[in-house]
Design a protein around this ligand. Sequence first.
Ligand SMILES: Cc1ncc(COP(=O)(O)O)c(C=O)c1O
Length: 314
Amino acid sequence: MISKIEKLNIFPTPVQYSPFLSELMNTNFYFKRDDLYISGGGGSKARMLDYILSKAKSENAEYILTAGGPYSNFNRALALKANKYGLKVKLVLYDKNTHLNDKNLNKRICDYCDIEYIPCEPDNVVETIENEKNKLNYFEIKYYYIWGGGKSNEGVQAYFDCVNEIKSHIDFSPNYFVVPLGTGTTFSGLSLGCEQFMPDTKTIGISIARKRNEIVKVIDDIILDFLKANSYDLHTKSENLKDYIHDEFILGGYGKVNKEYLSFIKEITKNESTVFDDIYVGKALYGLYKLNKENKMLQNKNTVFINTGGIYNF
Ligand SMILES: Cc1ncc(COP(=O)(O)O)c(C=O)c1O
């Protein structure tokens, strides 16, 4: 029987032991190398897009409509992958983070792939999307709308299935998965996947920008939507996940850093021979290190950190 994953053309990524981080955090530390995901420039959003674009294609869409900023890994992966699915992209582009360098590689790759931009001010995103939907409807153009960052049932499904992929690659039981938390899609998929495939594993989410209460509300909706659309017998609730969501390491907001963080991440980069981005993975690694230093919760445990990619923002 062909599994759902094979039908979707999902390419598994390796799980890799890190001697350096194992020693530093006194744990058995592994990376799930989703930064090496095979298409779309790699990363978690590229994995999600194989599910999302398959759905768009099954609904005969001609265009993908979405919104996001110049640093978005999701937009870059979309720009690189859409053509393969026979889809064109309209991107409502706004910039809430002008403190960052807008000449980054994600935006340059979007330019290179000739995606169509609809520029707007951060305060006008909702109206601009509605306006664009109205235009597409008026001209009877079939489109598929995706929330910024790929927040969707398909995105959740990608990481739900990913838990099963990890399970098939390892011969130990992880105590923790750890993931950078943005829209909450990856965290929700992993948490639900753990209930289904690895009930002894907990997922820790390290927020990179938003406060915990706000995230819990979003995750509540994400989980309810996913369970409504699927027939899994799962009982995970955002309420039970609250204690595994950390917002203490935001460092002032999206892409913001401090001196201590920078020296930590430089040290990790040199010792791991891998580049980590400042916005997502670097911050989550730093958060995990600080948490563990304080309460030693990883001590002698098996920890699998999901390297979700993002080096284009380096
Ligand atoms: C590299 C990377 N890691 C993690 C995240 C956060 O994932 P999620 O939005 O599913 O919470 C993002 C979101 O854009 C990302 O680009």
